[in-house]
Design a protein around this ligand. Structure first.
Ligand code: MRU
Length: 374
């Protein structure tokens, strides 16, 4: 995607080859800045503080984290330590573990001297693969939007999305937003309702910033507006991303997604989840029972950060002094509420059979694998 006319990805190897660059997503939308990450510790911190976030981008960043760790020390112990450090950075998005498994497979049977180069090669492939996957998701999702547009005889197609599953959440293009970019680029009259997505406001800060930069018409709404919009026929289709999808098709995504799925179900609004295959966790069936839900610092709920009328960025407290707060970062939408999955291999049912049929090699690898990160 382009930022002020410059083609960019969200993560890249720096020109001197000594580290990676990322967009610092904690500063958007008011400031655009990039940061250099030159060590395993830098990468782990960037993931846990959410300078980089979004399941696919977390996976790519972790892959580069393994490279940086092995460049400093290519021993088996260093590899294990790197994977343990990175996996602890954020627990819910399975793309992180997927990427670490890929990195282990790429380096473990090589002599130490070859490991850094092999790690960098695989990390670059993971990043490139993410871009290709998301373009394919975009193409498949575009057909859904085209069908809705055809039924509406050219009237505006209203989409609703939650959190940020755009290009900032991936290496490029995004998952849920990729079809919207393609529809817009093709001249379809799309309009997006972006849920603000408290507590960190990824919708208000990141999705709105992305859509605005690409010229896609959009409206930021409060998290609680979706049900009302759907009751009044103002949403044609919901598309969200996912941080982990189970073997039976339950989808874990940013907190609040489940409530949107319930509202969509009650109002017969199609509810699609866009996901790249590394987001599938075939080891878990029941998402509600099995997916670890990240709990983040209460401060994120107790405060809001924004720009004052004088242009300063300030954080203010919005709860009484001393009120306890809880901050569950994700929830699980059961497969029965999902109209379909938009994947790189097409639009499929949210079911065990459809996932296994579309990605048989992932199920096979799982049954054979003896080299997983725990
Ligand atoms: O906590 P975040 O911002 O990393 O959560 C991101 C989301 O929930 C996204 O919707 C999800 O990762 C899909 S990203 C393509």
């Amino acid at each position: 995607m382009k930022v002020d006319g410059r083609q960019m990805r969200t993560i890249w190897v720096e020109k001197d080859g000594a580290g990676v660059g990322v967009i610092d997503q904690t500063l958007l939308p008011h400031r655009f800045a990039t940061v250099r990450l030159a060590s395993l510790e830098d990468i782990a911190r960037a993931i846990s503080t959410m300078q980089v976030r979004g399941a696919p981008l977390i996976g790519a960043a972790a892959a580069y984290g393994v490279w940086l760790a092995l460049r400093a020390n290519a021993s088996d112990e260093a590899l294990e330590n790197a994977c343990a450090t990175l996996i602890a950075a954020r627990p819910t998005a399975i793309n992180l573990k997927w990427a670490l498994d890929e990195m282990i497979a790429a380096v473990r049977n090589r002599p130490r001297a070859e490991r850094p180069e092999a790690a960098l090669r695989r990390a670059n492939e993971i990043a490139d693969q993410d871009v290709a996957i998301n373009q394919a998701i975009g193409r498949h999702g575009l057909k859904i939007i085209e069908e809705v547009a055809a039924k509406k005889s050219g009237q505006q197609v209203n989409l609703l999305t939650h959190c940020n599953a755009g290009w900032l959440a991936t290496v490029d293009w995004g998952t849920a937003i990729a079809p919207i970019y393609m529809a817009h680029d093709k001249g379809l009259p799309v309009h997006v309702f972006a849920d603000e997505t408290r507590p960190r406001n990824q919708g208000a800060s990141l999705t709105a910033w992305e859509l605005g930069h690409h010229g896609v018409p959009h409206t930021v709404v409060s998290d609680n507006a979706g049900g009302h919009l759907m009751q009044h026929g103002l949403v044609d289709i919901v598309i969200v991303g996912a941080d982990r999808v189970t073997a039976q098709g339950d989808a874990c995504n940013k907190i609040g997604t489940y409530l949107k799925a319930l509202a969509a179900h009650d109002n017969n609004v199609p509810f699609y989840v866009a996901l790249p295959s590394p987001t599938i966790d075939f080891t878990i069936d029941d998402g509600v029972a099995g997916i670890p839900i990240e709990e983040r610092a209460g401060e994120e709920v107790a405060t809001v950060t924004g720009k004052t009328s004088t242009g300063h960025i300030e954080k203010v407290q919005i709860v009484p002094d001393g009120s306890p707060v809880a901050n569950f970062a994700f929830d699980v939408t059961p497969s029965r509420l999902i109209t379909g999955f938009i994947t790189e291999r097409g639009v499929i049912a949210a079911s065990r059979a459809a996932l296994a049929q579309a990605f048989p090699e992932r199920v096979e690898v799982l049954s054979k694998s003896s080299q997983k990160v725990s």
